[in-house]
Design a protein. Structure first.
Length: 100
């Protein structure tokens, strides 16, 4: 586990600012109506965890795969949103860039 996270934190994808920017735009369009998506905002839906604290709840490395799987089908409150692999990657890269 430690080795895996070291390997991932060193990847070029996680540090890709263009990917993080695309992820931010996706979050603004699809997630911000419920989740806090930036660094000092509050979630409009109090039940929705702020994106900047997502690493406390989820392994962000595996969240990419979960988002292209059934993550958005499992919670009734979640939007009808089916990101492709690149969109899921962009969203998580953005989340990684704002973690507290
Ligand atoms: C309609 C409101 C709403 C929208 C829009 C929404 N979410 Fe959520 N989301 C929630 C709520 C409420 C929860 C908490 C659900 C629970 O834990 O049962 C949640 C939980 C999550 C979780 C799991 C967190 C955990 O508990 O481990 C992730 C990841 C997530 N949302 C990502 C996103 C992303 C990415 C988007 C945009 C593409 C998005 N959500 C859009 C309401 C929303």
């Amino acid at each position: 586990m430690i080795l895996a996270s070291l390997a991932l934190s060193g990847s070029a994808i996680a540090a890709d600012p263009e990917s993080a920017f695309r992820g931010k735009r996706l979050a603004e369009a699809n997630c911000a109506e419920c989740h806090a998506i930036a660094q000092v905002d509050q979630s409009l839906d109090p039940a929705a965890p702020p994106f900047r604290q997502m690493a406390l709840r989820r392994n962000l490395a595996t969240l990419r795969g979960e988002m292209t799987g059934d993550l958005f089908l499992r919670h009734a409150a979640m939007p009808d949103f089916e990101p492709d692999a690149r969109q899921a990657d962009d969203l998580v890269t953005y989340m990684e860039s704002i973690q507290e």
